[in-house]
Design a protein around this ligand. Structure first.
Ligand code: NAD
Length: 498
């Protein structure tokens, strides 16, 4: 059977790459080949950048309300195709339909935000800062921007980037994860259908060497990256070395702190979903539960709840989560589970042997729970990115805060309690950028920004919201004096009054 070839989007045209290197896109639940993605050639990358640079000259002159209308049409098309997109996404990632629908929806919300771009591009004005002198600022686009996205949210994360960048008046090159190119390519098709002019969005498929070429290209002004910490560090260093503006949203190790006064049923439900949803392949997944004082007694009940969560195919209504993305990702998680056992953590629930009937070639790992985890263990220090929950015990909230602040990552964390004082102390002292109080996965809505800290973020301005508008624009400050030539006597009076 001939597989469909995933095209590039070059200069307004969807076209298969002329390159000779191809990868197979697979359904990770079954191993079934879905498509072939041919990686872009160096010439195609150069062509994409040149086309985006040329398109910028006219796109930046399009009035912002008109650019906003493109986003409104795009939002309507995305909503119309929401279910097809979710099904496509579920097939290439293995996510359950519920998770896939969430992935698409959280992206649509950012497009809605981009549709209100005009008011976000308003500068500031101050009159009479000196006699007869006014100052005002203009917000202007940068030029060609680049987005590099990971496998785990193939709708939401590309939509964090190109709609806002383009609404600001930039042109954009998207380099999606080569493991999941189908959903981002479909997003681009719908964007073109919504009326995006030729060259304003380009899609390039490829891996490390393609990113490297793009990062070194002098015509790319800003780089938005989402992915793992090691790759984020490479991207940040290379892009800044080439004098580009950069934001890198990277890996994570997210903690949930459970106080003994919390609602036990809520805690158990929240923990199960936050640790195993999307097979733990979320940058905001809870991978560490810290039980404070008497709450330690709840760990067995949490393990019982996790045991109820079964992996399965995307359209199986009983499936709680899907497979890992690849055999490599599965092998890594299995290695970490074995390491946890060797390091002395107690594996109360071991999902390493999980299989799914009729899908034996899938990259399955079942829900796994360790107790007695300590800060020195590898399963605590490293991002696992699988349905594996590590449980730790401390005596006080202060000790929990200290533990989290000593961890190098700072993406998300949460506290479950009935005490306002505990909640306030936690939110004030915790050195993590996104905090949930009785909310397990506190991903901010798009009118805020996605504010990871420390090793989970390199850069200054964060993804989406007002910060992203600042990221994708320059501020120009104009100082004006308009003397009234015909009235010299008035000018003299003004001077005397000083
Ligand atoms: P990854 O770092 O392997 O890949 C991300 C992107 O970088 C892909 O497009 C890939 O092609 C490219 N890439 C890979 N190696 C490269 C190299 N050497 N040089 C340049 N580019 C390279 O990440 P992944 O496995 O696709 O995604 C999972 C990771 O992303 C996890 O660590 C997760 O925590 C993180 N993530 C973070 C956030 C956030 O907002 N902080 C959100 C989602 C995912």
């Amino acid at each position: 059977m001939t597989l469909p070839v995933v095209p590039l989007l070059l200069d307004g045209v969807f076209t298969p790459s002329a390159g000779s290197m191809s990868l197979e896109v697979q359904n990770p639940a079954t191993g079934q080949a879905l498509a072939q993605v041919t990686l872009a050639t160096p010439d195609e990358i150069n062509k994409a950048v040149t086309s985006a640079k040329n398109a910028f000259l006219s796109w930046k002159e399009v009035p912002s309300p008109e650019r906003a209308r493109l986003m409104m049409r795009y939002q309507a098309l995305l909503k119309e195709h929401q279910e097809d997109l979710a099904r496509l996404l579920a097939r290439e990632t293995g996510k359950t339909l519920a998770d896939a629908r969430g992935d698409v929806w959280r992206g649509i919300e950012v497009v809605e935000q981009a549709a209100g771009i005009s008011s976000m591009l308003m500068g500031e004005t101050a009159e009479n800062v000196a006699r007869g002198v006014d100052i005002y600022s203009l917000i202007q686009p940068l030029g060609v921007c680049l987005g590099i996205t990971p496998f785990n949210f193939p709708a939401m994360i590309p939509l964090w980037m190109f709609p806002l960048a383009i609404a600001c008046g930039n042109t954009f090159i998207l380099k999606p994860s080569e493991q999941v190119p189908l959903t981002p390519t479909r997003l681009a098709e719908l964007f073109m259908e919504a009326g995006c002019p030729s060259g304003v969005l380009q899609v390039i498929h490829g891996g490390a060497s393609h990113v490297q070429q793009l990062l070194e290209h002098p015509d790319i002004k800003a780089v938005s990256f989402v992915g793992s910490v090691p790759v984020g560090e490479i991207v940040y260093r290379t892009a800044t070395q080439h004098l580009k503006r950069v934001q890198c949203m990277a890996g994570a190790k997210n903690h949930m702190v459970i106080m003994p006064d919390a609602d036990k049923t809520q805690v158990i439900n929240a923990l199960a979903g936050a640790a195993c949803g999307a097979a733990g392949q979320r940058c905001m997944a809870i991978s560490v539960a810290i039980f404070v004082g008497e709450a330690q007694a709840w760990q067995h009940e949490v393990a019982d709840a996790l045991q109820q969560l079964k992996p399965g195919l995307y359209d199986d209504p009983d499936a709680a989560f899907g497979p890992l993305i690849s055999s490599r990702a599965r092998a890594r998680v299995l290695d970490l589970i074995e390491t946890g056992k060797k390091e002395g953590a107690v594996c109360l629930l071991d999902g390493s042997q999980a299989t799914v009937d009729g899908a034996e070639d899938g990259h399955w790992i079942g829900a796994t729970l360790f107790t007695g985890v300590t800060a020195e263990m590898r399963i605590y220090r490293e991002e696992i990115f699988g349905p594996v929950l590590s449980c730790m015990e401390v005596d006080t909230l202060d000790a929990a805060i200290q533990l989290i602040n000593a961890n190098p990552y700072g993406n998300g964390c949460s506290l479950f309690t009935r005490s306002g004082a505990a909640a306030r102390k936690f939110q004030h002292h915790i050195e993590v950028g996104q905090v949930g109080i009785n909310i397990p996965i506190p991903v901010p809505l798009p009118f805020f920004s996605f504010t990871g800290w420390r090793k989970s973020f390199y850069g200054d301005l964060h993804a989406y919201g007002k910060q992203a508008v600042r990221f994708y624009t320059e501020t120009k400050t104009i100082t004006t004096r308009w003397p009234e030539e015909s009235q010299p006597s008035e000018l003299n009076t003004t001077i005397q009054l000083r």
